[in-house]
Design a protein around this ligand. Structure first.
Ligand code: 5AD
Ligand code: SF4
Length: 419
């Protein structure tokens, strides 16, 4: 049986794309390996959203091209593959195929074309399943935030038909999946002939056997009251909103082309907290966007302190070729960007710690998703929001939802006992 090795960089959309590719390869007789030396096919699924994401992927591809068996194929997929195309083959000898993110809908024919003549093309084989899975409900993006390369590499926004989504999820549940995360660059603008994202949530949660439903990412401009109300009223829906704010000042939000003000954003947060008081709210923030002043950065810092996110993904701005912002001067010195980033990370880390610490003594429901490698009686899981949990216990099954009391907090993980 041929072996495939996967290395995935970037967002959950990439993880979902890798999973889809994995399933298609498994159906053709491949087995996944964690050992490069055994691999007959190495797939590097890349990200291009920031320059350092690309640098990391390029370094790994070069490393793989040296480590791999001579006859092993090396495929590069995803957003950097879309941006660089076949120039990647010239840049790194050993890369045998480049599959851009926009080609994801044609995976079957690409695989058939490139593997059908090889000894790899094999008998039917069913894929394994885990308890938690990602399902892409929409692809691409039409928002064109000034800093962002995604609309260029992933193409126009389009929603996957409701019936396809329901059939896919039904099959996954039948395979043992208990938790589904609906994915899209902006799930809130999902629309299939009038079925919006709130309607989709109602339909998915009606599927028998689904224990938990999650979704990401939400764009604040499209996060409607109807959606928030639907999530509050749907017991399977987890109480976690990932709502990227990006910046805390109207002038910067406007040149970023985000199409909301700080006040609009805070109004969304208030509505979420009104309907779902204990919701975990997380965000993405970008510092050092062209022309951002120190005072404007301080507004972002104040917003972060006001909202009190459970966690945040924080980045220093990097120029992406072809975007609207790439036509502005990247005028914030690197050291200044890093200083702002560090100040932000410090403030957020403190808030995360306070939120985690405040959970000590409370009762939470945890879905078990694996055993901790190093400590035998520790199991890993997630609460109904986005918090990472360690539970002590003799034996659980992945997918079990158990009531626990929180004993300790490490600032980023809660340690619990079963009740
Ligand atoms: N520079 C830095 N961060 C960026 N992001 C997107 N584009 C850039 C860029 N050019 C961040 C945004 C987005 C997250 C996925 O990556 O915060 O929400
Ligand atoms: Fe990029 Fe904006 Fe689209 Fe998100 S909504 S993928 S930040 S363009």
């Amino acid at each position: 049986m041929p072996f495939v090795y996967f290395q995935t960089f970037g967002c959950q959309m990439n993880v979902a794309d890798s999973d889809e590719l994995k399933r298609k390869l498994e159906a053709r007789g491949f087995e996944e390996t964690s050992c490069i030396a055994d691999a007959d096919l190495i797939i590097v699924n890349t990200c291009t959203v920031r320059q350092n994401a690309e640098n990391k992927a390029l370094a790994r591809i070069k490393e793989f091209s040296k480590l791999k068996k001579p006859q092993c194929l090396l495929w590069v997929t995803g957003c950097m593959a879309q941006r660089m195309g076949d120039t990647l083959k010239d840049a790194i000898p050993g890369v045998s195929l480049v599959i851009g993110a926009k080609e994801i809908d044609n995976l079957d024919s690409i695989i058939n074309e490139h593997l059908i003549h090889s000894s790899f093309y094999n008998q039917e084989h069913h894929s394994h399943s885990s308890v938690s899975d990602y399902i892409t409900v929409m692809r691409g993006c039409n928002n064109y935030c000034a800093y962002c390369i995604v609309p260029y590499v992933r193409g126009d926004e389009h929603s996957i038909p409701v019936s396809t989504i329901l059939d896919t999820i039904r099959a996954r549940i039948d395979d043992g999946v208990k938790e589904i995360t609906l994915l899209g660059q902006n799930v809130n603008s999902y629309n299939d002939n009038g079925t919006d994202f709130a309607d989709l949530i109602v339909k998915v949660s009606a599927l028998d056997g689904l224990k938990r439903l999650r979704f990401t990412t939400s764009h604040p401009k499209d996060c409607s009251d109807k959606l928030i109300r639907t999530i509050a009223e749907t017991p399977q829906c987890c109480s976690h909103f990932h709502l990227p704010v990006q910046a805390g000042t109207d002038r910067i939000l406007s040149i970023m082309n985000r199409r909301y003000t700080a006040k609009d954003y805070l109004n969304r947060i208030d509505t979420i907290r009104r309907y779902i008081p204990h919701a975990d709210i997380t965000t993405d923030i970008l510092v050092g966007f062209p022309t951002e002043t120190d005072a404007e950065f301080n507004d972002t810092l104040s917003l972060v302190k006001q909202v009190r996110y459970t966690t945040a993904f924080m980045f220093a701005y990097s120029v992406r070729e072809g975007t609207a912002a790439s036509r502005m001067t990247d005028d914030i010195p690197k050291q200044e960007k890093l200083d702002r980033l560090n100040r932000l990370i410090e403030a957020q880390t403190e808030i995360t710690k306070e939120i985690y610490d405040s959970m000590i003594g409370s009762t939470i429901e945890v879905m078990i998703n694996g055993r901790q490698d190093k400590r035998e009686k520790f199991w890993m899981g997630q609460d109904n929001g986005c918090k990472r949990i360690l539970v002590t216990g003799e034996h659980f099954n992945n997918g079990d939802i158990i009531r626990c009391s929180v004993k300790r907090s490490s600032g980023m993980t809660l340690v619990c006992d079963t009740q």
